[in-house]
Design a protein around this ligand. Structure first.
Ligand code: ADP
Length: 482
């Protein structure tokens, strides 16, 4: 059986700040069903340690970036987990990346170089009885793993780096290079050097045997100057090693028919029950009860997500006869903009600032449509949850959004395959045109219901994509054994 060491800075349900955690938590379970065994390495943040009971120590590193560390093995929600317990790096208040003061932990470079180094050591036998065939590193936080492995002899596992978001690259001042314990020669354009800085993701993309990203469309976009964020040249040079595999979702955690968080579970044959969830959501957001469309956002509130454009469009959205529920946190200016729009439109718009996983289920189950006006979106998961819950997505034509939603144009509607609305470009005008099209569809109850059913029948599971990852691993191993 092929064995994979997956390395991620966040893994649902243990710790999550975004889609990366969902993927790192769900993919191993799907891979198991196609014959791939995964162990997942992540940092033992205090909140993670509090959730696990009695892990077994399976490795110890006396000096890992300035302190001793050990690896604990345990099992959580069906995941086989390895926790990197390095108190000098991870035992502190705050989130995985940001301290309690709201700023990045100043030693993030050491924290995630340590994660990567531990992955490389485990990849080459540090945990007795476990010799992974593949080390699969997710995002910049794990991306040095292939760089370390490249210098650990020929008897090393194959390596894959997955880009979940090219905007986050892990670039640090040159002064840290000497602390990384890498050969001097890696300070070059063929190594980790990146415009005079140390680039964790850059180094990983250079060293990995294979690169993947989380949708085919994003895989194309990152090869362009516009979407490549400075790494398009490197990526074009490695195009034959790059593929896009669309994310799935955990269809057990996100199952409208058996969701413990919603007022009235429903399926595509009992869509009338959704109305109960809509009423509950109206109450939760102090919205007037009526039958106008209830639009929603569940998102980090950032420029990437195009939410500045949405914030400017709130007045138009309310004027068009819609109501709007926003759940999110992030950029303080955007938080303020949504709060003041809600104050202007009390009863028509409600905002919840914060991160609330359970509320996000209730929003998907009760809202009529989910707005995702992202400027770029590697894959996007919220629109997949929306499809599964019959909450029709209105999305920008970028990245994985364009790969996963079928626009309700004339042809798609005739063929009965439409699942949402796609608009372009990412402007307030185009967003409002998309919403106007949505309103036309909403006005025809049977068309709307048919679209909801089609959306809910979309295959958003991991089944097909897990097979693609399995094929990728196996192709890579065959190539290496030649
Ligand atoms: P990204 O990873 O760029 O933030 P994705 O759409 O890929 O975007 O994944 C975001 C994940 O985080 C989804 O599971 C979404 O439901 C969740 N999420 C984002 N913001 C919130 C929030 N404020 N409360 C609850 N869940 C949220």
């Amino acid at each position: 059986m092929t064995q994979v060491l997956s390395v991620s800075s966040e893994v649902f349900p243990l710790i999550k700040t975004g889609g990366l955690a969902d993927v790192a938590g769900a993919l191993p379970l799907a891979l198991e069903r196609v014959g791939i065994r995964t162990r997942t390495l992540l940092p033992a943040y205090p909140s993670v340690l509090a959730q696990v009971e009695g892990g077994t120590q399976v490795a110890a590193f006396p000096d890992l970036f300035g302190g001793s560390a050990r690896v604990l093995s345990t099992s959580v929600s069906g995941l086989d987990v390895l926790l990197l317990d390095a108190p000098h790096l991870f035992d502190r208040p705050g989130g995985p990346y940001v301290g309690a003061n709201g700023y990045d932990h100043p030693d993030n470079w050491a924290r995630f170089a340590a994660l990567s180094k531990a992955a490389a050591l485990i990849g080459t036998g540090a945990v007795e009885g476990f010799r992974p065939d593949v080390v699969h590193a997710h995002d910049w936080q794990a991306a040095l793993a292939p760089v370390y492995l490249e210098h650990m002899g020929s008897d090393r596992p194959a390596t894959v780096v997955t880009i979940h978001n090219l905007a986050f690259q892990g670039a640090f001042p040159q002064t840290i290079f000497a602390e990384l314990g890498l050969p001097d020669a890696t300070w070059s354009v063929d190594g980790v050097e990146y415009y005079g800085s140390v680039g964790f993701l850059k180094g990983g993309l250079r060293a990995a045997d294979r690169i993947t990203t989380v949708s085919p469309n994003y895989a194309r976009e990152i090869l362009t100057a516009e979407g490549g964020m400075g790494l398009d040249g490197l990526l074009r040079g490695r195009e034959d090693r790059l593929s896009g595999i669309v994310n799935g979702i955990d269809v057990e955690t996100w199952n409208p028919d058996a969701d413990p968080h919603v007022a009235a579970p429903f399926d595509r044959d009992a869509l009338f029950r959704r109305a109960i969830n809509k009423r509950a959501l109206e109450a939760e957001f102090a919205l007037e009860e009526d039958d106008t469309p209830l639009l929603a956002v569940v998102s980090r509130l950032t420029w990437q997500k195009g939410l500045d454009i949405l914030a400017e469009a709130c007045d138009d959205i309310v004027a068009a006869g819609c109501r709007l529920a926003v759940v999110g946190s992030g950029d303080r200016l955007l938080e303020g903009a949504f709060l003041s729009a809600a104050a202007r439109h009390s009863g028509r718009m409600g905002v919840r600032i914060g991160y609330d996983e359970i509320l996000s289920h209730r929003v998907q189950a009760g809202a009529d449509a989910l707005l995702v006006p992202s400027r770029f979106e590697p894959c996007g998961l919220t629109q997949l949850y929306a499809l599964r819950y019959g909450c029709l997505p209105v999305v920008a034509r970028v990245g994985g959004l364009a790969d996963t939603v079928i626009d309700a144009n004339f042809a798609a509607q005739n063929a009965g395959v439409a699942t949402g609305i796609i608009f372009a470009p990412v402007t307030r005008e185009a967003l409002m045109e998309g919403i106007a099209r949505l309103l036309e569809l909403y006005a025809d109850a049977s068309t709307w219901r048919d679209m909801q059913r089609t959306a809910m029948s979309s295959d958003v599971s991991w089944t097909a994509s897990a097979r693609r990852y399995a094929d990728l691993y196996q192709g890579l191993l065959q190539e290496q054994s030649r």
